[in-house]
Design a protein around this ligand. Structure first.
Ligand code: ADP
Ligand code: MG
Length: 378
């Protein structure tokens, strides 16, 4: 599953990197980037883009496709990983990539070391892993969208997650410390402990239950609802310290369906405690109990992605998540995280998928920029 070929980082020549970057840039306006356009963007001294494209194809960083009269290259997830890692490496946030520690349908998590040899977690968002065609058949609104880009959405997930993580961390909420991001890749503090779904004994279930309910209410006081506050996204260490993870789907407490999301988060915890620890309590927070004390929802939205970006993300993400709410399916498979989009068919190979409409460079256009400086290719 972990298709992260880090050794490639060392072996790509500067000309190959130039051509790979040219493909990414070409995808701003083309689903499949024609070879002459790549050659012109890359502007290699002695020509030679063809040979390099063949090399990049062999390493699965780009993929050649022909559909009707349109033919050309597109970036693969591996190619996108490469570009993000290259940028993170250049600025010292990533020095080496180690073991994969988590895998969901929407992300891959690796341990990495920075240039000072400190370990962190790297989350690569993968909203495009499910079959795009299948999704299109099912989802009406997608049929009319020519430019739903799953690479773009993967990047958006990283941007959104970074923004919320930073705001929460700055306010002392127990989340991993965000360190850096580029494209769809986010570097954060490596959390000590295990997801709650893997924990079968806790010293005091009632104390943990209260703590989690307080965390939901406290998040509400910041103006936010997690929307996936469950045993898969709560990390517990040996002293039962809790860290909350996984934020791309977070919504504002002013959201139209805020109460529904809030109640669902609360119910997930109640259900889990009953199932796992036979613990039940009549005490649990109601949406009406939430007192807004901060406006992190507003601040994050204002500081970050435009409303438009946020909407297109939420729309697609909601789609994945609805099919996922039943983490119950996962009881037998608790080594893994909850993976929204269960019913969607997963492609065998990322290079066989239907994501010809991926358009990662859309994420780099100025009107969508969250922080230009974060996106520049080094
Ligand atoms: P997804 O969106 O795919 O659910 P998560 O952010 O929930 O991704 O991460 C998936 C899994 O990876 C988690 O359940 C956890 O086991 C592990 N993980 C994620 N972030 C960290 C971290 N910062 N430190 C340690 N493990 C992590
Ligand atoms: Mg998760």
């Amino acid at each position: 599953m972990g298709k992260l070929n880090v050794s490639m980082l060392r072996y790509l020549s500067s000309e190959e990197f130039r051509v790979l970057t040219a493909v990414e840039m070409g995808m701003k306006n083309h689903e499949l980037v024609p070879t002459p356009l790549i050659a012109s963007i890359a502007d290699l001294k002695h020509g030679g883009s063809h040979k390099i494209l063949r090399e990049l194809t062999k390493h699965k960083l780009v993929c050649y496709e022909k559909s009707g009269r349109v033919e050309g290259y597109r970036l693969t997830f591996s190619g996108y990983d490469y570009l993000a890692l290259k940028a993170l490496t250049t600025r010292g946030s990533v020095q080496s990539v180690g073991n994969q520690i988590g895998v969901g349908k929407e992300s891959d998590i690796y341990i990495i070391a920075d240039e000072e040899d400190k370990q962190h977690a790297l989350k690569l968002h993968r909203l495009g892993r499910t079959s795009f065609r299948k999704l299109k058949e099912k989802r009406d609104y997608l049929k009319h969208r020519k430019n739903v880009s799953w690479l773009y959405l993967s990047r958006l997930a990283a941007v959104k997650e970074y923004a919320y993580m930073k705001a929460l961390h700055d306010n002392g909420y127990p989340v991993p410390r965000p360190i850096d991001f580029n494209r769809h890749a986010l570097v954060m503090e490596l959390v000590d402990g295990h997801p709650l779904c893997q924990v079968h004994d806790v010293a005091d279930p009632s104390a943990l239950y209260s703590e989690l309910m307080e965390l939901i209410v406290r998040l509400g006081s910041y103006g936010l609802i997690h929307c996936d506050f469950n045993e898969f996204n709560l990390m517990i260490n040996d002293s039962d310290k809790v860290t909350v993870i996984d934020f791309p789907q977070m919504v504002s407490i002013s959201h139209l369906n805020a109460q529904w999301y809030f109640d669902r988060d609360v119910q997930c915890i109640r259900d889990f405690f009953l199932r796992r620890f036979s613990y039940e309590s009549e005490l649990y927070p109601r949406f009406a109990d939430v007192k807004r004390l901060h406006n992190l929802d507003v601040e994050v939205a204002a500081s970050g992605f435009t409303r438009d970006m946020s909407d297109s993300f939420d729309e697609a993400a909601a789609d994945f998540k609805t099919s996922a709410s039943s983490d119950k399916d996962q009881e037998d498979n608790e080594e893994r995280d909850s993976s929204p989009g269960q019913e969607l068919e997963q492609d065998e190979s990322e290079d066989d998928d239907d994501s010809v409409e991926d358009n990662p460079m859309e994420a780099h256009s100025p009107e969508h920029s969250v922080s230009n400086e974060q996106q520049n290719m080094d």
